[in-house]
Ligand binder design. Structure first.
Ligand SMILES: [Zn+2]
Length: 206
């Protein structure tokens, strides 16, 4: 088999090990697989205490750390439009099949979607056959990079709610948690629109 990340050929793992690994991990050689680093449990909402977004998100969990390896792999996925790479994370998203909450991916701004041709978050969910609903629309397309926290939290809201979310439990899914701005803004507008709980899961945490 050929590794989806480094393209080197590798032997299919022995059958007894196949039972232990889920199919998706066989798309990547063991050397590449070992470079991923699981994120430790940490409540990264603390930074938002004292702002009016405090409490908007009920919880945030991330699967992987943004180490150099993940940066490399994710850039390949996101910026080189390598849709195939979504398949290597299939097993990470399979637990979402059991989640009762409504799964809502963070959308791209329409202009960005046009430029990128695919939504990286949607494709991660598609690869694992996880059903999801778009209830948010991204209305601002400017990057938050380089702004101080104070400026960030006083900017206009980035999202509008497009569907009825009253009394619903929502699980937001995004690719990367950096400052938390995106998820906090999304959770804030969802709660304002009547959502009961808003939790979040990201593939990576910076
Ligand atoms: Zn490899």
């Amino acid at each position: 088999m050929k590794c989806l990340i480094c393209s080197s050929s590798f032997l299919e793992i022995a059958s007894w090990r196949k039972l232990l690994f889920i199919k998706s991990s066989q798309l990547v050689c063991e050397k590449c697989l070992n470079k991923f680093e699981k994120a430790e449990e940490k409540d990264c909402r603390n930074e938002w205490i004292g702002t009016h977004y405090e409490g908007a998100l009920d919880s945030v969990n991330s699967i992987y750390n943004y180490n150099d390896w993940m940066k490399h792999v994710y850039q390949q996925y996101k910026f080189q439009l390598d849709v195939e790479l979504a398949n290597i994370f299939t097993s990470d998203f399979l637990p979402l099949l059991k989640v009762k909450a409504k799964i809502v991916p963070i959308p791209l701004h329409p202009d960005m979607l046009l430029a990128r041709t695919f939504s990286q978050v949607d494709e991660l969910l598609n690869a694992a056959n996880v059903p999801f609903h778009h209830v948010l629309s991204k209305t601002l397309n400017h990057s938050q990079v380089g702004k101080s926290k104070k400026e960030r939290i006083s900017t206009e809201l980035i999202f509008t709610v497009t569907k009825d979310v009253q009394n619903q439990n929502i699980l937001l899914v995004d690719d990367l948690y950096t400052t938390g701005t995106t998820l906090h803004h999304a959770a804030y507008v969802l709660k304002k629109a009547g959502a009961n709980t808003v939790d979040a899961l990201t593939l990576i945490r910076a």
